[in-house]
Design a protein around this ligand. Structure first.
Ligand SMILES: Nc1ncnc2c1ncn2[C@@H]1O[C@H](COP(=O)(O)OP(=O)(O)OP(=O)(O)O)[C@@H](O)[C@H]1O
Length: 398
């Protein structure tokens, strides 16, 4: 069921000249959610956002907002505010004028403008900078002014194009938390472009992962991480990337080069139902716990080299000539030694080799979980939350 303020892409295409940059995009953005457009550079995230803003035309298909096709509705009439990567503040205007400009242009009452100005100044801790010009502010302060300027309009849609990418790591972390708080207060629909998976995982209620103009997966951060729909998603999300191992299903066993695995029934049923014989087995580095030597129902190889991350180790080993990485807090042996591991079958992914799509996930994975794990999944599936009291006046500045 669509809500009035949902944004719906119906089979949208975008071409620049002869180059198609968005292909058959079907995407339903829900009113009030924080939707993240994520993907590698050039995959079409900004173009998608700019089509919503009305800053790019739509080559074919329909974009629906407020229940109507808005393909031909100009930017100023779509009820959107946008925050750009470079903040795009007016350099000759003070913080006050930057923030109030759009309200004045819309001929809002003076009193109302002042009220809203004071509110956003307070939210972003900008009270003392109100008469400064952008060049007299730090990067973090400019970013706050850009956000304040977008929020003051109280438009139903806030579009953010990599708004934190010019900030240092510490400020980014703080700003992420602030954005979640602001969203919980205003309940606008946030559409947020980033190529940073940590930002996507921490900020999104849902993530739309794109590749070369196509939507690869649209789901909660939990599912994008734990139930990747295809090889691309499994490799893009998580660092170091998921290990992808070639495998063949034969005589009731999954053969990975010279190793073979007997799968639990829950996976065997799915693999048989897929009717394929060639697969990729996906295993995240953190789910590989190596030990010395070879044991039953295991995969293994020889240790190549070991990296120290401080709190964990990265152990690279060669299996059937391919490099596999495990991240763990113990070392099973030095370079050259034989190691193996029995996969934790609750944490594997199986993809068809031909389509690179997942064969699905056993329903048992969701049924046989502890109450605590269920609670954790439910919380993570809603995206990050910041606790706010009912009457708390939001104040995100430190
Ligand atoms: N005005 C334009 N004219 C021609 N090609 C364009 C134009 N704008 C974008 N493109 C191309 O469209 C593709 C998608 O660009 P877009 O900016 O949407 O990608 P992106 O995923 O946001 O990338 P990044 O993370 O690097 O900003 C790219 O190949 C880009 O070169």
């Amino acid at each position: 069921m669509a809500n009035k303020k949902d944004i719906i892409f119906k089979n949208v295409e975008k071409t620049f000249g002869k180059t198609k940059v968005i292909e058959h995009l079907d995407l339903h953005i829900r009113e009030g959610e924080r939707l993240i457009l994520l993907g590698p550079s050039g995959c079409g995230k900004s173009t998608t956002l700019r089509m919503i803003a009305g800053l790019e035309t739509i080559s074919s298909g329909e974009l629906v907002m407020e229940g109507k096709c808005v393909n031909d509705v100009p930017a100023g009439k779509r009820g959107v505010s946008m925050v750009f990567q470079n903040y795009a503040l007016y350099p000759h205007m003070t913080v006050r004028d930057n923030i109030c400009y759009a309200l004045k242009a819309h001929k809002e009452e003076k009193e109302e403008i002042e009220k809203r100005l004071q509110m956003v100044l307070k939210i972003f801790g900008l009270e003392t900078y109100v008469n400064r010009k952008p060049k007299e502010l730090s990067g973090g302060q400019r970013q706050r002014v850009a956000l304040a300027r977008a929020l003051v309009k109280r438009s139903p849609y806030l579009l953010l194009d990599e708004p934190l990418s010019n900030l240092d790591a510490q400020l980014r972390l703080q700003a992420r938390k602030e954005l979640v708080k602001v969203h919980q207060y205003y309940h606008q629909t946030f559409i947020y472009v980033t190529h940073d998976q940590v930002e996507a995982m921490t900020l999104g209620n849902r993530i739309a992962l794109m590749r070369e103009g196509k939507l690869m997966m649209l789901d909660t951060p939990y599912n994008v991480y734990h139930r990747p729909a295809n090889v691309f998603t499994a490799k893009f999300i998580g660092s170091p990337a998921t290990n992808i191992i070639s495998a063949v299903w034969k005589n009731g066993l999954l053969h990975c080069g010279k190793y073979s695995l007997k799968l639990p029934d829950m996976w065997e049923k799915l693999i048989i139902a897929s009717k394929e014989t060639e697969f990729y087995l996906g295993i995240r580095p953190e789910h590989i716990h190596l030990h010395a030597g070879l044991s039953d129902n295991s995969l293994g190889g020889e240790v190549d080299y070991i990296e120290d991350y401080g709190n964990k180790m990265g152990i690279y080993f060669r299996m059937n000539g391919e490099e596999i990485i495990s991240v763990d807090n113990t070392i099973p042996g030095s370079s050259g030694s034989s190691v193996s591991f029995t996969p934790d079958f609750r944490h594997i992914y199986i993809f068809e080799k031909k389509s690179e799509n997942s064969i699905g996930y056993p329903p048992e994975l969701d049924i046989n979980i502890s109450a605590q794990e269920k609670m954790m999944r439910d919380i993570l599936s809603q995206g990050s939350q910041v606790k706010m009291g009912q009457d708390e006046v939001i104040h995100v500045h430190r």
